[in-house]
Design a protein around this ligand. Structure first.
Ligand SMILES: [Ca+2]
Length: 394
């Protein structure tokens, strides 16, 4: 009888789980946008005729200006165009744009992940916007030798309809120039509460932008000074270059599935203001490692906590991809800045040009006077040791 009862209960529970899983997946909408990889054939099929002026019909997208579907292997001006994923991508000509309407939940933060490559101009950039929120993402720096990178940008949903627009703000003389976009996805972010014994929000970096499982390049997080709308909840990227969000499927990550690889030396800084009580002793603890991406050593970071700054070199260890670092500081205010950047400008030893660097993960800030009992016992022990020492001495 009890068996029947429990099997009924478990059926009911699994039904509920199925129902809620379905409900959540409908609401969350995480993943690639409709035709986000530009592989759906337009009416009449893909054309290999190169430049098409006027309205190119790209399924699920609205276009404006010179928007071209490019195919891998396609040449333009003696140069092979880069297609980040699959066989097709879009190229945006001068002032051209593509856009798509999405249903989102008002008040939530969403992050858009997309792959971009520049074609010819050094100063190419791409503008991503939703309503009044907009950012120009600079494609000048080639972070890796493949010529393209995934980027993430976050916005707060002001309404239930989000009109996501990618625009080429450039005005190049050569109409065949202009950035290439591919693999557009979205993820609704949540900001985890800091754990009880850690003042850092998302210190393990497990919450962040959408990542494609098959993409091995991580996701670049460009400059973002607004901690309220960050693709990396809790953190800002306060430098003019990007840092890389990496996953354990393709990189060595000290803790969990995600971590941050610092690139471009001082030009790639992540930071967070953490809540502290003034004039109290604290400890900043974090993991420092390598990403397993053939990054040329030495690897080192500068770590900041309040008025303390420390240069720490990663010491290669055959048994581990990372080490744990401690930094003691005394808080001066109710908010203390914690920040990291790479000391060196590292590149990969296999291609000599892709940017790489040290990995940070598992960042914790805790009140080191919190364990009063432990400390009390410690000082008692110390006192007793001193007493014994004095006895022995006498
Ligand atoms: Ca992690």
């Amino acid at each position: 009888m009890e068996m029947v009862q429990s099997s009924r209960t478990s059926k009911w529970v699994s039904l509920c789980v199925v129902f809620f899983a379905h409900f959540v997946s409908v609401m969350a909408d995480d993943g690639p946008l409709l035709n986000g990889d530009f592989e759906s054939p337009p009416r009449g099929g893909f054309s290999n005729e190169g430049l098409v002026d006027g309205p190119t019909t790209i399924p699920n997208w609205k276009t404006n200006g010179t928007v071209e579907l490019v195919e891998s292997g396609q040449k333009q001006g003696g140069m092979i165009l880069i297609v980040p994923q699959g066989k097709h991508a879009v190229r945006l000509g001068n002032d051209a744009e593509i856009s798509q309407e999405l249903k989102v939940e008002k008040g939530f933060i969403y992050s858009i992940t997309f792959s971009a490559a520049r074609t010819c101009a050094q100063l190419e950039s791409i503008n991503v916007s939703v309503g009044a929120a907009s950012q120009n993402i600079d494609l000048q720096t080639l972070y890796n030798v493949q010529g393209w990178d995934p980027y993430a940008w976050a916005f707060e949903a002001e309404e239930e309809d989000a009109h996501v627009v990618f625009r080429n703000p450039g005005m190049e003389d050569d109409p065949t120039c202009g950035p290439i976009i591919d693999d557009v996805a979205i993820k609704k972010l949540f900001t985890p509460d800091p754990p009880k014994d850690n003042a850092v929000t998302n210190g393990d970096f497990e919450e962040g932008p959408w990542m494609y499982r098959n993409a091995s390049l991580g996701v670049l997080l460009p400059t973002n000074l607004d901690e309220e709308t960050s693709s990396l909840p809790g953190w800002i990227v306060e430098s003019n270059r990007a840092v890389r969000f990496i996953d354990s499927d393709h990189f060595s990550v000290p803790q969990g599935k995600r971590g941050i690889e610092l690139l471009s030396g001082k030009e790639g800084i992540i930071s967070q203001m953490v809540a502290t009580t003034p004039n109290k002793p604290y400890k900043l603890t974090f993991s420092l490692g390598h990403a397993g991406d053939s990054c040329k050593q030495p690897l080192a970071i500068m770590a900041f906590a309040g008025d303390q700054a420390q240069n720490i070199h990663y010491v290669a260890d055959a048994n581990s991809t990372f080490q744990t670092v401690d930094l003691n500081f005394t808080s001066k205010a109710e908010r203390t800045r914690v920040a990291f950047y790479s000391v060196y400008y590292n590149t990969r030893s296999d291609d000599m040009s892709s940017l790489c660097g040290p990995v940070v993960d598992d960042v914790r800030v805790w009140f080191s006077g919190a364990r009063r009992n432990g400390l009390g016992r410690l000082s008692l022990g110390f006192g007793f040791g001193l007493f014994v020492l004095i006895l022995v001495w006498v």
